[in-house]
Design a protein around this ligand. Structure first.
Ligand code: AMP
Ligand code: MG
Length: 483
């Protein structure tokens, strides 16, 4: 029964410190909840000769492809600032599927049973959170933001115990790799320099082959990872995405968004927005995300600093200087991103003020972040009185003046804006509505929402149902860790 897997398992050949060999725990009565046929096609997988029962056997881990050597990966992490040795406690890596010689993807089951890293956990995942990861990761992908993706969710036919009994599920995650900042922290904590060098070389081979023969490859690696993660957080800020648990174990070295737990998109613009119920002090709030990215990068730098120069003081100095470039790189990328959101070509000395004035207005008037840009680029179908505000009109005058500086034709700046400002985001109330129905075995709202989220930059369809913010309530929207 072949669906076209071509596994080549380089990670499982790394020394034992890096992983534990473990098989997924078979499940009772697997049943497909959703399959991502678009992604399957991109991976050269063919499900046409297989029935849904067998597909469920495959994506539950009950039926493992011959050429896999399943492992749980070891990693550590600063969780809300506290260092812990972790590892895949409820996931197994099947291996790397080769789409062609240069396109290698990790295929991982999440929710597949206990491993030696499970600590007190049951190794399982619930249907709601796995469908949530599926939905949001596919939405982030469609927004052109680097991310792991979701190939399938299978219901296990077993109940799992949380605060209540929930349906168990397994997600198949596809990633360019699962190497995290926390992977480096784990290996560095073991204080075996040979293993650390192996991890560095493996990472460079896999993600940054262009620096393979550089004389300065450790510093180059730090700079490249910094650039990738900085770009990632700028992308999140662009669409109002709040990751929610930016622990170092949830930051991929590839620069992909990974581990969708209590993440959500901001509706009303408030830089202090936090959705996660476990984030009591706002460590991972919207506005803190860049600062935390830098903090995480500093933890990454600590792991590799000793490889940079045998002279420790010199190594620390150069690494510190490098990390301290973060603000400058971020500010530059962020300004350019915001210029694009406003259709501004070229640079003007007042751009930053213009941008901050708009954000201030949004904050003070509780304006919807996504819909404000839709209003400016004229793609929102919902009329909103808020834009009649005289301060907004005043700001708009300044914006028009700035647009005219370069004599840019209207179509050109609208094109730019429409290529970066989404018309739809996964609004919290729509996501909850879809998940609730799916839990009751009605997948129609889930598929409808997913379909809309797959073309966020398309403004031709009637999207008003998906553009409206949630009806007003006093209750704060909260998301819970996907455990
Ligand atoms: P996360 O919050 O999903 O990033 O997970 C943090 C750590 O807890 C990782 O090492 C996970 O593997 C582990 N973990 C989360 N949920 C479970 C579970 N139900 N059983 C075992 N380990 C878990
Ligand atoms: Mg995690």
């Amino acid at each position: 029964m072949t669906i076209g897997w071509r596994f080549d398992n380089t990670y499982s050949k790394l020394p034992n410190t890096f992983k534990e060999e473990v098989k997924p725990t078979p499940v009772n009565k697997p049943e497909i909840a959703i399959i991502n046929y678009d992604l399957a096609k991109k991976l050269n997988l063919d499900f046409s000769k297989i029935n849904s029962k067998d597909l469920a056997q495959i994506f539950s881990g009950n039926l493992l492809p011959d050429e896999t050597k399943t492992i749980a990966q070891a990693y550590a992490g600063h969780q809300f600032g506290h260092f812990t040795m972790l590892g895949d406690g409820r996931a197994v890596l099947l291996g790397e599927h080769l789409v062609n010689k240069n396109d290698r993807f990790d295929i991982q089951f999440k929710g597949s049973g206990k491993t030696s890293f499970s600590r007190r956990g049951d190794g399982r995942a619930a249907l709601g959170p796995m469908l949530r990861e599926y939905m949001i990761s596919e939405a982030i992908h469609a927004l052109n933001i680097p991310t792991t993706r979701s190939l399938a969710v299978v219901k296990t036919g077993e109940e799992i115990v949380r605060e209540e009994l929930l349906q168990g599920a397994i997600l198949t995650r596809v990633a360019s790799s699962h190497i995290r900042v926390g992977t480096f922290q784990y290996i560095a904590a073991k204080q075996n320099i040979k293993d650390l060098k192996i991890l560095v070389d493996y990472t460079i081979d896999r993600h940054y082959p262009e620096i393979k023969s550089s004389d300065n490859k450790i510093l180059d690696l730090l700079n490249l990872v910094m650039d990738k993660q900085c770009q990632l957080v700028v992308n999140w800020m662009s669409v109002g995405f709040i990751h929610g648990v930016m622990n170092t174990d949830n930051m991929a070295i590839s620069g992909e968004t990974i581990d969708y737990g209590p993440c959500a998109f901001m509706d009303q613009y408030d830089p202090k927005t936090v959705f996660s119920s476990i984030d009591q002090f706002g460590r991972y709030s919207f506005e803190n995300q860049p600062r935390i990215t830098k903090w995480n990068l500093a933890r990454f730098a600590e792991c590799i600093v000793n490889l940079i120069d045998s002279d420790e003081d010199k190594a620390i100095k150069v690494v510190t200087e490098t990390i301290n470039n973060f603000e400058k790189i971020y500010e530059n990328k962020w300004l350019n991103m915001m210029r694009n959101k406003l259709g501004l070509f070229g640079e003007d000395k007042n751009d930053k003020k213009l941008i901050l004035d708009l954000l201030d207005w949004m904050k003070n008037n509780k304006a919807d972040y996504t819909n404000t840009f839709c209003y400016l680029m004229k793609t929102n179908n919902t009329e909103d009185q808020i834009f009649e505000d005289k301060n907004f009109k005043k700001w708009q005058e300044c914006w028009y003046k700035r647009l005219k500086i370069n004599n840019t034709p209207e179509e050109k700046y609208f094109d730019l804006m429409r290529s970066i400002n989404p018309n739809v985001i996964p609004r919290n109330h729509k996501v909850e509505e879809a998940l609730k129905a799916a839990n009751e075995n009605n997948f129609e709202p889930f598929h409808n929402l997913l379909k809309v989220l797959k073309s966020p930059y398309n403004s031709n369809a009637d999207l008003s149902e998906y553009q409206k913010p949630a009806p007003f309530t006093d209750e704060k929207y909260q998301t819970f860790c996907g455990t």
